[in-house]
Design a protein around this ligand. Structure first.
Ligand code: BES
Ligand code: MN
Ligand code: ZN
Length: 486
């Protein structure tokens, strides 16, 4: 896994500032008021900090933004990074400030002087995620990460272990989504999940023969053109009592060529991220284990590769789902819904979940509708959807409710089978969601998250470099913490 910075939290030692090597970070509110530690930095640097804070350059900084004072006289440090942040920042600003710290950090030590500021845990999480850099496939891997020391007035009030768990959960998802398809095959993906097993997390890998016995004809049809065997991985975390679990289901298409309905060449390399839904589910499960969540959560991912081949599924083929419905495959590129249909049905049959959330890079249409800043939220249950939207907003992860409806479902009528896998060009993300809804039992509160636009946005996400965002891990973590624990 990509290495993240190590950190320690300790009480402020003013006298350690002068001799600290590497980078020193001070947090300064808009008013420019310096706290005790910042005043010491200023005095040692012969007034340089105060001059900066009174300058036009500081006035131009937005909340959460930062600027370096390089090679300050009077200090061992090579830079003083001045971060504009109020003493009581919003969660988002605190994380953004942290990301500025993490992005600027090199390999050397970083001393963050946070004093009595609130939300230092959010600053720290931002720093960890901001320092994330996917170098696994370069010859410079593994990249040494800095040691971050955070000095605060009350270190005991900060739960460093939870920060660590959250950062590692997001980084695990990002690593999976960033990985190329020759490295992250269905088999190596399953192996990475198997390696998570232990300390109360169980991981089962269902192979093709078992999936056949279960009747997962929709899922298996997608994978038959590939040399990589299709798999379903089931992860169980039982941190609660005997209440039914929350089920998380992820689309794990390790590469989507479109199959016989082949995609155009331009941009096809982006389809390495078509396992993004499975990536989020995996990150959440790792996070449940790492922070020993007091909830019952099962995570299921359908791992397949969609390839054109002599044996590949053809347009017009009719396959049978585990539920029993037959599906006419009009377009082999609408494969994610075929995978999810069977895994969602299996999740409900086996676990009788209290609720179910599926994650999928399902449609280009959701990117047309919402761009890269919001995932599409589809649900059969207003209060469940409301709880999710609230959790996502609190975590700064964009999410926007989309409609469902019978008139969309009608577009999926097939002449030959129970249903076909595509509707018309219009409302493509909604017909996709309606297809999934067929495989949701009436009694299951369900949310479908179309994350095609947010899993790997066109621009760098707020808390990290360009590439995989890890969108959804923190929202789900909060949804679980707020709704399923204690
Ligand atoms: N994996 C794609 C959706 C996608 C597109 C994800 C762009 C991320 C970025 C999905 O399997 C797909 O190909 N969907 C088709 C559906 C169509 C054939 C009905 C699409 O969106 O074009
Ligand atoms: Mn596709
Ligand atoms: Zn796909």
């Amino acid at each position: 896994m990509t290495e993240l910075p190590r950190f320690t939290l300790k009480e402020t030692e003013i006298d350690a500032i002068a001799g600290a090597g590497g980078r020193i970070v001070v947090l300064v509110p808009e008013s420019g008021q310096l706290d005790v530690a910042a005043r010491r930095v200023n005095r040692l640097a012969k007034g340089a900090l105060k001059r900066f804070v009174e300058s036009e350059a500081f006035a131009k900084l937005e909340e959460g933004e930062a600027k370096d004072l390089a090679w300050p006289a009077g200090l061992e440090a090579e830079a003083v990074q001045v971060v504009r942040l109020s003493r009581r920042p919003s969660l988002e600003d605190a994380r953004r400030a942290g990301a500025a710290i993490g992005k600027a950090a090199g390999e050397g030590p970083v001393l963050v002087l946070a004093g009595g500021a609130k939300r230092v845990d959010a600053v720290l999480l931002g720093a960890m995620l901001g320092a994330y850099d996917y170098v696994e496939m370069t010859s410079k891997a593994p990249k040494p990460q800095p040691e971050i020391t955070v000095m605060v007035n009350k270190p005991d009030e900060i739960d460093g272990a939870v920060v660590q768990a959250m950062a590692e959960g997001v980084a695990f998802t990002r690593d999976l989504v960033n990985a190329p398809a020759n490295v992250l095959t269905t088999t190596s993906f399953a192996d990475r999940l198997k390696a998570l097993e232990g300390d109360g997390l169980t991981v089962e890998v269902l192979e093709e023969d078992e999936l056949e016995k279960l009747g997962m004809g929709c899922l298996l049809g997608v994978g038959i053109g590939s040399e990589s065997p299709s798999k379903v991985v089931v992860m169980q975390w039982n941190g609660g009592g005997d209440e039914p679990p929350l089920a998380l289901v992820g689309k794990g298409v390790v590469f989507d060529t479109g199959g016989i309905s082949l995609k155009p060449a331009g941009g096809m390399e982006d389809m390495t991220m078509d396992m993004g839904g499975a990536g989020v589910v995996s990150g959440v499960m790792q996070l449940m284990k790492a922070r020993k969540a007091k909830a019952n959560v099962v995570g299921l991912v359908g791992l397949v590769e969609n390839m054109p081949d002599g044996r590949a599924q053809r347009p017009g083929d009719i396959v049978k789902s585990m539920k029993g419905d037959t599906v006419e495959v009009i377009n082999t590129d609408a494969e994610g819904r075929l995978v999810l249909a069977d895994v969602m049905w299996y999740a409900q049959e086996r676990f009788k979940p209290a609720a179910m959330v599926d994650f999928a890079t399902l449609t280009g249409a959701i990117i047309v509708a919402l761009g890269h800043d919001n995932a599409g939220v589809f649900s059969n249950d207003d209060s469940f959807a409301g709880a999710f939207l609230k959790a996502a907003a609190a975590e700064g992860e964009g999410a926007w409710r989309m409609p469902l409806g019978k008139s969309y479902a009608k577009l999926l009528k097939s002449r030959k089978a129970d249903v076909k896998n595509v509707g018309t060009r219009w409302g493509g993300s909604i017909t996709a969601a309606e297809f999934l809804r067929r495989f949701v039992k009436d009694e299951t509160p369900w949310i479908h998250l179309d994350i095609a636009g947010v899993a790997q946005p066109a621009e760098a996400p707020a808390l990290g470099p360009k590439g995989a965002s890890g969108w959804g891990v923190l929202a789900l973590n909060r949804l679980i913490a707020d709704g399923y624990e204690g």
